[in-house]
Design a protein around this ligand. Structure first.
Ligand SMILES: Nc1nc2c(ncn2[C@@H]2O[C@H](COP(=O)(O)OP(=O)(O)OP(=O)(O)O)[C@@H](O)[C@H]2O)c(=O)[nH]1
Ligand SMILES: [Mg+2]
Length: 218
């Protein structure tokens, strides 16, 4: 009887917690995105929009009506990307932030043949890094949200170009891509436009995938 009451009590008073891993090249806007999420869902938080490059990680627990999201923002500098894989196993969703002003015209067809040159351009670097994330066994079937950030800037590439030129090509090349839930959304982390839509997508997809990656209870 005690155990029954205890489990009923826990069921009534606890919520599911999901981890979201925020990745992307250095300067893409990951920390700014996290700052805006904190400000939207915790009205007492003043967003710090004067970010500095992240060395290590920032983590925040966001209390939503249906669940908690634990958001991990990790540094995107080249030397820090090797650390990303240690987060993959416990991530319920991955956000990949793209700087829409730092990838040329997002046309991967135009990338010159040959790996060396691919890596030299920021578009090539972005493509290889995203491919690397998707190809890791531990991210298999984890929902992936690609955010085309900095859409407030006049020199940005439109979301449709990023979707067709970059993201679709990377996802098409992925083994088992038919089982992965994915989406590309526009955002301006600086102004906050698109932040709520991104969080809502994440919240619905982690719950949809909860048999594949069960949440923890908090
Ligand atoms: N115009 C504009 N600038 C942005 C936007 N998002 C981020 N920035 C700027 O881009 C720069 C880098 O932003 P961060 O959020 O620190 O980038 P990050 O992805 O966390 O970078 P690392 O920590 O080095 O991986 C800062 O100067 C931000 O103000 C945006 O939506 N629009
Ligand atoms: Mg950062």
């Amino acid at each position: 009887m005690y155990h029954l009451i205890k489990s009923l009590y826990l069921h009534a008073t606890s919520k599911e917690e999901y981890s979201v891993l925020v990745l992307g090249l250095d300067g893409a806007g990951k920390t700014t995105f996290l700052e805006q999420i904190k400000a939207v869902y915790n009205t007492q938080h003043e967003p710090n929009l004067k970010t500095v490059p992240t060395v290590g990680q920032n983590v925040s627990l966001i209390d939503l009506p249906d669940c908690y999201l634990k958001i991990w923002d990790v540094g995107g500098q080249h030397s820090l990307r090797g650390l990303w894989q240690s987060y993959y196993g416990s991530a319920h969703a991955i956000v990949f932030v793209v700087d829409s002003t730092d990838i040329g015209d997002a046309d991967v067809n135009k990338l010159n043949e040959g790996k060396e040159q691919e890596e030299e351009s920021r578009l090539g670097e972005c493509k290889l890094v995203l491919e690397d994330v998707l190809q890791n066994d531990e991210t298999e079937s984890v929902p992936v949200l690609v955010l085309a950030n900095k859409q407030d800037r006049e020199d940005c590439v439109e979301v449709v170009r990023i979707k067709e030129g970059l993201v679709r090509k990377v996802f098409e090349g992925e083994q088992g891509s038919n089982v992965r839930d994915s989406r590309v959304l526009p955002m301006s982390a600086l102004t906050g436009t698109g932040v709520i839509e991104a969080v809502e997508w994440l919240c619905s997809r982690v719950r949809w995938n909860k048999e594949g990656r069960p949440p923890t209870m908090r």
